[in-house]
Design a protein around this ligand. Structure first.
Ligand code: FAD
Length: 138
């Protein structure tokens, strides 16, 4: 098992409809590929964790990276895993601009963190804490 976390920036802000479309496509593909993970979106920036078999995850990331809807993709973390951390999610999703998300326990400490590589440069595992918060907060 292997996981990869990256951040990227949308070419233009995604509408709710565009996000829903993206997720539908991602979930269908990921189910076939046995890939699980979580996608966060805030102010036009994405953070995503992809987990699964290493070659499958790397191939999928290469495809996502080429997607013209976003740019500036930077990998924050790539490593082997003992077991999946997002096993129940073909692709979980949180829009961090959403008011309901702000009410989740533990959210406040991360509220001012933009989803950009600079925020995580000195502590790449911080991105996992952020992603896990949304897994555990449902
Ligand atoms: P096709 O559907 O054949 O599309 C051909 C090309 O057009 C591809 O380059 C594709 O990226 C691009 N494209 C597709 N739809 C649009 C559109 N609406 N507007 C502009 N260009 C478009 N896919 C997954 O399978 N799993 C994921 O977890 C996943 N996460 C993603 C996260 C982000 C932030 C983004 C931006 C995309 C994500 N995708 C994900 C989508 C992925 O990039 C591919 O679009 C998708 O996997 C289909 O690939 P395909 O080769 O079959 O492309």
């Amino acid at each position: 098992m292997f996981h990869l976390v990256y951040v990227s920036s949308a070419i233009k802000p995604f509408s709710k409809t565009e996000l829903v479309e993206l997720l539908k496509e991602a979930r269908e593909n990921n189910e076939c590929l046995d890939v699980t993970g979580m996608l966060l979106y805030r102010d036009g920036n994405f953070m995503q964790v992809l987990e699964g078999e290493e070659t499958v995850v790397r191939d999928l990331y290469a495809r996502i990276e080429r997607d013209p809807r976003h740019e500036g993709s930077i990998i924050l973390l790539e490593e082997s895993l003992k077991r999946r951390q997002f096993g129940e999610w073909s692709m979980g999703f949180r829009d961090l601009n959403d008011k309901d998300v702000h009410a989740l326990p533990g959210f406040s400490q991360f509220m001012n963190k933009a989803l950009v590589a600079d925020q995580f440069r000195y502590d790449p595992t911080g991105c996992l804490s952020l992603l896990n918060l949304f897994r555990d907060g449902k």
